[in-house]
Design a protein around this ligand. Structure first.
Ligand code: 4FV
Length: 248
């Protein structure tokens, strides 16, 4: 997969892509990341990429020309790019959206700054708009890195075989079960016996029950989306100590 990141702060996105799993994925050619400095596509000698908003008001707006030239440059590379603007007005990013984007072969991520980008960029030059959450950041760079991280780890070969995306949170729309590792006792905090039992079936059951309980307690909204089996309902009823009537 090719991933372009269009930004006026290239160094801000470079280092996370040199470390750890993402860094190895780049080294191994599983993802090819191009960081494009939008300033390089400004034509004036000051390489201006922002200006005052029409209609007045505080702050600055990113100019249309440098952005459109940078997007055109990104689109010039095959395979055809899906150009995504990161902004609070975008559709909510989620694990499902990460899976959706992981099926693309070329993503171009446009990072806004200041008050945002000229509306004509959003309306005429990008294919999609994504928000990582209902809060306002100083720039689109961190959202772009969030998207790159969540998508890249879904690509074949990026996660080592020991790590799987099969059992993790949101894989089945449930929160993940509690994880423990050595030592089995720390400051009187004991690892649940069941996990030391070696009884794999019992461990699987316990983990599923913990996922159900945790989701019910912390994210009942997710439980409504989850396709629960009758077995799940019994497990959940056991936890919330009722006859399963109140489980969704
Ligand atoms: C954002 C978000 C976000 C808004 C103004 C950048 C900032 C500044 N992007 N999800 N939340 N962007 O806050 O994606 O231009």
């Amino acid at each position: 997969m090719i991933i372009d990141i269009l930004t006026i702060f290239p160094e801000m996105v470079a280092s996370p892509l040199e470390e750890s799993i993402l860094g190895k994925a780049v080294e191994r050619g599983l993802i090819a990341v191009r960081i494009l400095n939008i300033r390089d596509f400004a034509t004036d000698r000051h390489q201006t990429t922002d200006d005052r908003p029409y209609g007045g008001g505080s702050g600055m707006v990113m100019k249309v020309e440098p952005l459109v030239r940078a997007i055109a440059h990104a689109r010039a590379a095959d395979p055809p790019a899906r150009v995504i603007l990161l902004s609070p007005q975008g559709r909510p990013f989620s694990q499902d959206v990460a899976w959706e984007l992981s099926r693309e072969r070329h993503l171009t991520l446009v990072c806004g700054r200041y008050e945002g980008v000229d509306e004509r960029v959003r309306r005429h030059y990008v294919d999609d708009e994504i928000s990582i959450g209902d809060y306002v950041l100083t720039g689109g760079e961190l959202p772009a890195l969030v998207v790159v991280d969540a998508v890249a780890r879904l690509l074949p070969g990026v996660l080592g075989c020991s790590e799987s995306t099969a059992e993790e949170s949101f894989a089945h729309a449930l929160l993940e079960y509690p994880q423990y590792t050595r030592p089995d006792i720390f400051e009187d905090h004991q690892v649940p016996e069941i996990l030391l039992s070696g009884n794999h079936a019992a461990v699987r059951r316990w983990r599923r029950q913990q996922s159900l309980r945790r989701t019910w307690q912390r994210r009942p909204d997710l439980l409504k989306e989850a396709d629960l089996s009758d077995g799940d309902r019994e497990l959940l009823a056991e936890v919330i100590g009722d006859d399963g009537k109140s489980t969704p």
